[in-house]
Design a protein around this ligand. Structure first.
Ligand code: ATP
Ligand code: MG
Ligand code: FE
Length: 357
């Protein structure tokens, strides 16, 4: 089975062909083409929805052609078309889903309207062949969540952010310090030569019985520290970044630890359960090292798919399509599906048909 995946929910225009040969049992990524719009948005310090939608319109056809060519597959040899249908920026979602509808209807192939978060949730099965159930920490520019992944369509959100996403907090801190966009990698780079103990930034919700995340208070504390020193020297910037990263890592550790303990209690028979990390923030070395140590201390295996599959891509969308087809969960009314800017993953458990949020 070969599925064409299309992803346009944010600032990456992506297309991919993923194949699953039942004799081999392991899926194969035949192509995974990702065009980042970072350059288009850099001047604005963040993603501009209108610019993103237009860039998707201009790029998508060529990206799909490139994905087919790289895979050595024609549209006729594709068995189904899967596209991200939400959550995300609605302009981009419309471009991707409408293109998928057009291709699927012209070639008379099944169409799958995929939840972007389901793509992230199932990636570890594509990259590592991981078995259900497992725990997922999703940390990206738009999401900060802990989910129990029980099966295809069985997702339970245990924690989410009550304000900013973690990647968003990295990006905003970078902006305050005049570091280039996207902020995450630049904050990490600056932090490497900084003193993590110079600023005692808050650890939001640390120790709280509430399982969720919060980053806006921490962001405000960073803003206050930065504006108290003017002008900022390179060392000041490095120290703020290091102190911010330490606060984030510390608070994340506390939140994830709660989830590991809960998962262990829910699945007492599983010897070595897995924690999977996804999203762009997973690239951060301090956070990764902390997660590795936490998993080792709690008897969990730590699964980090390759970076290209952790950030937004279309292979994960094609793969979610394959998983849904295999589970007999393809939605016969997908052609009527209206893109959704908001679409919690829990709601993807039962295929919701038609419009609405
Ligand atoms: P979505 O939530 O829809 O997946 P997204 O496109 O913003 O949205 P990703 O592409 O997965 O998500 O990740 C981008 C985010 O990851 C940005 O906020 C970026 O700053 C952050 N990021 C990337 N590298 C690092 C790093 N080394 N340290 C911290 N954050 C990072
Ligand atoms: Mg992105
Ligand atoms: Fe994403």
């Amino acid at each position: 089975m070969r599925v064409l995946g299309i992803e346009t929910s944010c600032d990456e225009t992506a297309a991919s062909i993923v194949a699953l040969d039942h004799a081999q049992a392991r899926p194969k990524i035949l192509s995974n083409v990702v065009l980042s719009q970072i350059a288009e948005h850099a001047a604005f310090g963040g993603v501009v929805p209108e610019i993103a939608a237009r860039a998707h319109v201009e790029a998508l056809d060529g990206i799909i052609e490139a994905a087919l060519e790289e895979a050595g597959v024609t549209l006729e040899q594709v068995d189904a078309v899967a596209a991200t249908a939400g959550p995300g920026l609605v302009g981009g979602l419309i471009v991707g889903l409408m293109t998928a509808k057009a291709i699927a209807s012209a070639t008379q192939k099944p169409l799958l309207a995929i939840n972007h978060l389901e793509g992230h949730a199932l990636t570890a099965r594509l990259s590592n062949g991981l078995e259900f159930p497992y725990l997922l920490l999703l940390v990206s520019g738009g999401h900060t969540q802990i989910l129990r992944i029980g099966n295809v369509g069985d997702y339970q959100r245990w924690a989410t952010t009550i304000d900013d996403a973690l990647g968003e907090a990295f990006d905003k801190v970078a902006k305050m310090l005049a570091l280039p966009y996207p902020g995450g990698p630049n904050v990490e780079k600056a932090a490497a030569s900084g003193d993590p103990n110079r600023f005692a930034f808050p650890r939001p919700l640390k120790g709280s019985a509430q399982p969720d995340f919060s980053f806006s208070g921490l962001k405000t504390a960073v803003r206050q520290a930065a504006s108290a020193i003017a002008p900022l020297s390179d060392q000041d910037v490095a120290d703020i970044c290091a102190s911010f990263q330490a606060a984030v890592t510390d608070t994340l550790a506390d939140r994830v630890k709660r989830a590991l303990v809960r998962f262990r209690a829910d699945y007492p028979d599983r010897k070595t359960p897995a924690l999977v990390v996804a999203g762009g923030v997973a690239a951060n070395h301090a956070i990764r090292t902390m997660l590795e140590q936490l998993c080792a201390a709690h008897g969990f295996s730590f699964v980090a798919p390759p970076h290209i599959l952790c950030t937004d891509n279309a292979a994960m969308i094609a793969w979610a399509g394959i998983e849904r087809l295999n589970a007999g969960m393809a939605d016969p009314d997908a052609f009527d599906f209206v893109p959704r800017s908001r679409w919690p993953l829990d709601a993807a458990s039962t295929p919701v048909i038609g419009s609405g949020r």
